[in-house]
Design a protein. Structure first.
Length: 483
């Protein structure tokens, strides 16, 4: 198919040199459709970082990606506004690095379309049955993922330049290209220690650098991390974490069905050799997932998210919150003083308008998401909250509204809600005619089944227990792996 090249030949040659091959070509190259950002429509394009630098970087990104992809694949460029879902049928892999038009033709402002605004309820960018092998490069997932109920929900545009917590044998790091794992001892981003999952982390660990600094000194935009929990069902995979200001369990690279999220946003000219090889491997890896079924839809949060509030109330967590808050307050105070004196920069004015005057941190703010019954019992005995949560973590569950609660039924049975023994025990109670209402509540809460008799429940459980899995992000349900 004809390539949509809009740059002069001399520029293309320069880019081909910049993106020199890092792997052997295949006899039958994979056909890739790259959905890129039109350099003539970057007004308002924003995804964190320095807006002026972003505007410069985005103008050449599509051409840079195409130069890179065509070293390894048979790649075709289409700009976001010209993409139609039916185009993907002619390719092995579709790479979204720009947002296409909304399917039903709803009107979006340029700022929304090119800035990856928060998704509008009911808007769709791909049909629900879209089953082509797909890679999201950072931002487009923010809009396109929710309409498909992907478990890879956007958490933060704050991914830095390094990857960690990955399996070196995973194909993305090993096949068909062996990724050089030149680890560098790197500090965690400071925000990671604000979370329960970061309470006992070392200050730094070996990490794999994925991006290089811009030679002209331009500030690269941050990438995108998704919410913890991807990987708790057989149709999903956690593949790699990455340095960011969120939880250490935030996800940089993940897969749900036929969709793969590549969180690092930079173009190939800013990728390390390791990142280039990993991206090439990612294209090879996702190709066979065309037509892959998705078993779960994102409905709730991972239970680890419930642990953050009691941790922040504890003495250990409060000390971290207070230290970070005081550092941020010192910066904000300087911005506030400059604005008051009439010497503030645009950045100073923006931050003061957003945050106002520096304020003291109130410890009790973290108690708001704690159940009222526990607040009444523990009051300001701050360490008791975390102790209770840790002792009863197996009984936590979240509703579709992302509100956490402790399951009194599971507590009474003394079985964690993600242990299939809770189903076995509840069915046994039905068979015995004992605590029938409790058993029915448990089975309704943690399965998607509706049976009328104990015999039917027993037959379903006995025939499927070896294929059961428990998904938290999918709604705290035991489901049957039909893959």
């Amino acid at each position: 198919m004809k390539k949509l090249w809009l740059l002069a030949a001399a520029v293309v040659v320069t880019l081909l040199v910049a993106c020199a091959p890092v792997s052997q070509s295949l006899d039958e190259p994979i056909r890739v459709l790259y959905v890129g950002q039109n350099p003539d429509t970057v007004e308002g394009y924003s995804y964190g970082g320095n807006r002026a630098d972003n505007a410069k970087l985005i103008k050449t990104k599509a051409a840079e990606y195409m130069a890179f992809l065509n070293q390894h694949f048979d790649a075709t460029l289409v700009y976001g506004e010209a993409y139609k879902p039916e185009m993907s049928a002619n390719y092995d892999v579709t790479v979204f690095d720009a947002l296409p038009m909304e399917l039903d033709g709803k009107d979006m402002t340029d700022s929304e379309r090119y800035g990856y605004a928060s998704p509008h309820a009911g808007w769709r960018w791909l049909p629900n049955d879209f089953n082509h092998a797909t890679i999201f490069v950072a931002g487009p997932l923010t809009n396109m993922g929710p309409s498909l109920s992907l478990t890879m929900g956007t958490l933060c545009n704050c991914l830095d330049k390094t990857a960690f917590k990955f399996d070196e044998s995973h194909p993305i790091f090993s096949s068909p290209n062996k990724v050089p794992l030149d680890y560098v001892e790197t500090p965690y981003a400071g925000g990671v220690f604000n979370y329960y999952s970061g309470r006992n982390l070392p200050k730094k660990i070996p990490m794999l650098r994925m991006e290089v600094d811009d030679p002209q000194g331009l500030s690269l935009p941050p990438g995108l991390v998704t919410v913890p929990g991807t990987g708790d069902s057989p149709d999903t995979e956690y593949i790699s974490g990455g340095t960011c200001i969120k939880s250490v369990n935030a996800v940089a690279i993940a897969r749900h069905g036929n969709f793969l999220q590549w969180g690092f946003r930079s173009s190939p000219v800013h990728m390390t050799e390791a990142a280039k090889l990993a991206f090439i491997n990612a294209v090879h890896y996702i190709k066979p997932f065309k037509g892959a079924k998705r078993l779960v839809a994102k409905k709730s949060a991972h239970r680890l998210a419930a642990m953050d509030a009691p941790y922040k109330l504890s003495d250990q967590g409060w000390a971290v919150q207070l230290e970070n808050h005081n550092k941020a307050n010192a910066v904000l105070q300087g911005q506030y003083d400059r604005v008051q004196a009439g010497t503030g920069s645009e950045q100073d004015k923006m931050m003061v308008k957003l945050l106002g005057k520096p304020k003291a941190l109130d410890r009790s703010r973290f108690v708001k998401s704690i159940p009222k019954s526990l607040q009444q019992e523990f009051g300001e005995d701050w360490n008791r909250y975390l102790a209770y949560y840790e002792a009863n973590m197996g009984y936590l569950y979240a509703s579709e509204g992302y509100q956490f609660a402790f399951d009194a039924d599971a507590q009474q049975l003394g079985i964690a809600n993600n242990n299939p023994a809770i189903l076995d025990r509840s069915i046994a109670l039905l068979e015995q005619g004992d605590q029938v209402e409790l058993a029915q509540r448990v089975l309704a809460r943690y399965t998607t089944q509706q049976f009328e008799t104990p015999q039917q429940w027993r037959q379903w459980f006995d025939s499927n227990q070896d294929k059961l899995f428990f998904t938290e992000v999918g709604g705290y349900k035991f489901m049957v792996n039909t893959l």
